[in-house]
Design a protein around this ligand. Structure first.
Ligand code: HEC
Ligand code: HEC
Length: 187
């Protein structure tokens, strides 16, 4: 095998590894997203503080959560009913579509956000320096504070299983959670 063949072969292999068995199709995701708009907003930016924004969220994280809703690992009746109707390919396509949309900051209480800023340093190792997320680590920047606070409380109570987040949330007081949620929402 000459050098060029080797390079092409390697690129192909990496493509397969990135999209296991299926290349995500943003347009197919967009068509499917009609079923999500009522709650998550027309362009993945929701008006309801308990319904998370999906615009600009990481594709790997979105697809992973849809799988978790379907399997019941993440327990939510509304999203379970929706995820039950989605194939693995639908999930990859929807994830690619929402990840491609520009995010919009939900905003947060400025005074509380200032307090939350100090606490956020310990989140950045996984969620990124700007809490922009990466792969399986969700983007937190700009998400609705009420939604974020609910998730942190769910992790703390063990109602949402999230690997490292269970232990992390147990170190946070109610006031920490409020301040962190406002800080993240304001980014
Ligand atoms: C009837 C309202 C409703 C509809 C329709 C809906 N969702 Fe949701 N979705 C929710 C709610 C509520 C949550 C938050 C659940 C919780 O509190 O854990 C959620 C959470 C999610 C999450 C997790 C986000 C995160 O940051 O962890 C993803 C991903 C998601 N929905 C994708 C979708 C997709 C894709 C569709 C369309 C195929 C859809 N949803 C349709 C209400 C809805
Ligand atoms: C060791 C890595 C790690 C650290 C440190 C960490 N997280 Fe997470 N976080 C994760 C992972 C992984 C998930 C996704 C869990 C899942 O799959 O459901 C997550 C999910 C979340 C979610 C749910 C987001 C959503 O859209 O539903 C919130 C909120 C969150 N983290 C907040 C924080 C805060 C606040 C801190 C700092 C106090 C923090 N995290 C520190 C790894 C981490």
């Amino acid at each position: 095998m000459n050098h060029i063949d080797y390079k092409i072969g390697l690129t192909f292999l990496l493509t397969l590894l990135t999209f296991p068995g299926h290349a995500a199709d943003i347009n197919a995701g967009k068509s499917k997203s009609a079923a999500c708009m009522g709650c998550h907003g027309a362009e993945g930016v929701s008006n309801n503080s308990m319904w998370p924004n999906l615009a600009g969220q990481n594709a790997a994280y979105i697809a992973g959560q849809l799988k978790n809703f379907k399997s019941g690992q993440r327990d939510n009746a509304t999203m379970k009913a929706i995820a039950d109707g989605l194939s693995d390919a639908d999930m990859q396509n929807l994830a690619a579509y929402f990840a491609s949309l520009p995010g919009k900051s939900a905003g947060g209480d400025a005074a509380l956000a200032q307090t939350g800023k100090d606490k956020a340093a310990m989140c950045m190792g996984c969620h990124g320096n700007k809490l922009q997320g990466n792969g399986q680590f969700p983007k937190l920047a700009g998400q609705h504070p009420k939604y974020l606070a609910k998730q942190l409380n769910d992790f703390k109570k063990g109602e949402r299983k999230g690997g490292p987040m269970t232990a992390m949330a147990k170190t946070l007081s109610d006031d920490d959670i409020k301040a962190l949620a406002e800080y993240m929402g304001a980014l």
